[in-house]
Every structure is written in C-alpha cells, then in structure tokens.
Design a protein around this ligand. Sequence first.
Ligand code: KG4
Ligand code: ZN
Length: 332
Amino acid sequence: MLILSIESSCDETAAAVVEDGRCVLSSIINSQVAEHKIYGGVVPEIASRRHAENISGVVRQAVNDAGVPLSRIDAVAVTHAPGLIGALLVGVSFAKGLSYSLKKPLVPVHHLRSHIAANYIAHPRLEPPFLCLVASGGHSHIVECRGYTDFSIVGCTRDDAAGEAFDKAARTMGLPYPGGVHLDRLSQTGDPNGYKFPHVRVEGYDFSFSGLKTNVINMVHNAQQKGEALRLPDLAASFQMAVVGQLCEKLVRAADDLKYGKIVVAGGVSANSALRGELQRICAQTGRELFMPPLSLCGDNAAMVGAQGYYEYLAGNTADLTLNGSANMSIE
Ligand code: KG4
Ligand code: ZN
C-alpha cells in the first residue's frame, strides 16, 4: 500500500511516499529554520505563510522522487494534531484536497504517534508492545505502546518539555535557534560535572524541567552582573546531563516497574548525543533492547507520518472532509 504523507505541524513543510508503513520511497523536507532563527524562535504567522507557499512544490517533488504516478497512491496521510494551528491547517487542507481529487482515503495522524513510528522505518523488525520516551520541543512523555494505535501515557512533564528547556538554556547561553543541537555540540568539549544542578524530584514517572531552566538562566545572569566568565562548554554539558539524567531515571524506573524489556526513543530530543549514549549504556547493562531513530528521522519529517498513517489506516482510523487541525490533542 502506497501512502502519500504530509507534515506541517511546526516549521518544516514535508511530504513523503511510504510503502506498507516501513519502506520510504521518497521524503522531502523544506525547513524554515533559517528564517525563524532571526527571531530566536518559530513565528507562527510566518510558519503558516511559508507552508502555504511551499506545500505544492514539496508534495510534487515527493511524488516525482518516488517515481510513482499520483494514480498509484492508495491513501493520503496528514499530521492533524498537535502543533501550531495555522501551520497544521495548511497540511490538513492540502491533504483534504488531494484525498478528494484522487478519491482516496484521508488518514489523520497524531504528531507524537508519528515520531514513534519513525522507529518502524529504521527498525523493520520492531513491533509493539514497548515502552517509549517521546521528547520533542513541545512534549515529554513516557508512553506504553501496547499496539500500533494503542497508547497509554504513564508519565509526562509537569511544566516545560525537554526540548523547550534545551532551547531556552541554549538561548540564555547565546547559542542560535534551535538551541538543542547547538547545546549538544558545545557540550562535547565540556565537563558534565563542571557545574552543579539540583536533583529534581517529581512524583511517579513525571518530569519537571522548568527548575533546571531557571537555574541555568540565574547562573548566566549572575555571572553577567558580576562580570565573571562562565565556562560555557561545562555549563552546557552539566545542564544537558541534568536533563538527560532525569529522562533516563524515569524511563528506566517505568521500564522496571511495568516490566518492559524493549525501550524506544522518539522525537527531536532523541537526537541528543548524551541521551543516546546514556540509554545505550544503561540498556546494555540491564539487558534491554533499545531502539532509536537515525538522526535523519529524529526531527520532523513526513516519512514517519506515512509510517504511522499505514497503521492508522489498517485500524480503520480514516477521516472525511470535515477533518480539522487541533493545536492540542492527547496521544491516547
Ligand atoms: O520533534 P521536533 O523536531 O519538533 C517538535 O515536534 O517539537 O523537536 C524539536 C526539539 C527542539 O526543542 C530541538 O532543540 C530539540 O528537539 N533537539 C535537540 C537536539 N536536536 C533537536 N535537543 C537536544 N539535543 C539535540 N541534539
Ligand atoms: Zn516533532
């Protein structure tokens, strides 16, 4: 089954053609990062306008690269939630138009479910059930994936998402948007024990990152006021370790308690080198299987939407032309 998929939830306009949920025939990503960088973050109005300008070309290129005529497409999948509403609506409207004109089913896909599905592309033998850490710019969840379309949240952030904390800390340190990847790079030469961050205590499997973020902001402002120089690589590495430590601690505790031997990581933050390294080390020590997307599938893309779209279609989760975008929607 060939699915043409579309993603426009934030600042990437993307389209892909995916076969049977696992095989990517084409994947085009048009990133707006260079433009939003000027403002230090995504400007929703600009994002919507660029999606509207770019979507036709991106979809056309995905279809051309796949080498299949539009008539061979079996369904159109699209990210419909959660995300920036104006941005989502561009993809949803375009997908509705395509589905109507091709007379093919329309498949709405939840953004975080698609991040998880990026792992189905990278690991052809991976099947649910497994325990998954989903960490992106807007969400940080520990999710029980009982089936391809059956999810149960066991923990989530009480305040900021991990990616958001990385981005704010990076901005305070003078790094460009999007900060996570720059903070990761700066950390490579730093000492993760160079600065002390408090151990965050939150009940159950929930997270909290806003205290760590405030901590790093205060450290930078205090140093500026006193005219002291900070060892930025050490600060970046220490902050990163505090965030990664909390993610790993809760994930491993949940895996222990809920008896999961298979762990999956997903979302933009799954590109973080310290997180990847820590989880590899812990899973090797405890004999757990670990699945992570390659760096090329960690960030927003449409291939993952095509992967999840396949399983949503098989589960009968299609929509009619009244489909709307939603800024907020639970993965469950
Ligand atoms: O999933 P994603 O691409 O978009 C959303 O759905 O939000 O995630 C983007 C987030 C941003 O906060 C970005 O800074 C973070 O993922 N990120 C990273 C790294 N690469 C991307 N955070 C830490 N280390 C990285 N290497
Ligand atoms: Zn995302």
